[in-house]
Design a binder for this molecule. Sequence first.
Ligand code: NAD
Ligand code: UD1
Length: 336
Amino acid sequence: MNILLTGGAGYIGSHTCAALVEAGLVPVILDNFSNSHPAVLERLQQITGQAVACEKGDVLDTAWVRQVLERRQIGAVLHFAGDKAVGESVAQPLKYYRNNIGGAVSLLEAMQATSCRTLVFSSSATVYGDPASVPITEDFARRHTNPYGHTKLVIEDILSALQVADASWRLGVLRYFNPVGAHPSGLIGEDPSGIPNNLMPFVTQVAIGKRPFLNVYGTDYPTPDGTGVRDYIHVQDLAEGHVAALKALLDKKESFTVNLGTGHGNSVLEVVKAFEAASGRPVPFQAAPRRPGDVAQCYADPALARRLLGWRATRSLDDMCRDAWRWQSGNPEGYK
Ligand code: NAD
Ligand code: UD1
């Protein structure tokens, strides 16, 4: 079956693309390359041993997306396309409402105009805001703390409304925790533009000497070592989670919303230590004030994904660090 991956040239989409080929499905990438590099396509060809189809264009262009769905005979869509920088969303909220919410509506309209009714959506643990407790189950209250998070929440609500209006939709909402790491080949990985916002890409850039030290944002949280605790999940596990989600929708034909996480939290200092061990490089750091909007602890209860999808994360923090380092050290300038 042909599967459309909007935003498929990006970090999570590219890893999922490789996992789909491995599962015997046929990916078609749709991307405007606003936050990715066309070189990823050659890398995917090296990994999968076959050319990966790509449609260059914007998901906001409804008529064109509809045409792609029909011409490529798409059976299901994985919707990754969107903007994801929290700080930027605070500074430029309209960019986020237009691209993320507008993009989702455009895609859904295009799908509605065809017979394709199966969609997997990239949501985020950000929809839990500052959770009342951990681990987090899917029935926890949802709230947003920034425009980026708001777009995820609104898109989830749009999908629910669509399901009410038309029961033939098959919708899988995946709430990712903290995806890190890279494909074990070292050929694809996370390639942030500018200064990385997230911990792991910042750590890898310190290790390679691009940045002098890591700021540890907050050392006085109510956690065992005082630094923030997150549920880091290997991007390969996440990619396999998408394959499982797609298969569940196609087999069982019931919609669902699930957490994709490991169920374990690690602190910033634990990540630094694990990365130093995996890379053999020192990662100098200094204590810095808490980052506005950060929470002390956030990790998933992944039991529902296991029950519904038969999926669970199997890779360790050491695997994540080792693979992130292989990608960074082999590609110091990313895809450029
Ligand atoms: P990414 O930026 O690497 O990938 C997104 C891709 O979408 C890019 O290739 C970009 O060029 C493309 N894109 C953006 N707007 C587009 C448009 N209008 N038309 C066509 N293509 C467009 O991001 P990622 O980390 O791979 O994240 C993928 C999805 O997962 C996003 O929706 C993100 O919000 C969500 N998510 C990511 C994380 C994370 O930590 N990376 C966590 C939770 C959720
Ligand atoms: C961030 C976003 C969240 C988004 C997620 C995607 C914010 C406030 N939250 O989450 O909405 O869904 O990315 O993966 O941006 N840290 C440092 N130094 C750094 C960078 C991070 O100490 O230079 C710490 C943070 O304080 C946090 C941990 O590392 O405790 C992880 O941070 P990060 O990778 O940015 O992810 P989140 O904050 O979980």
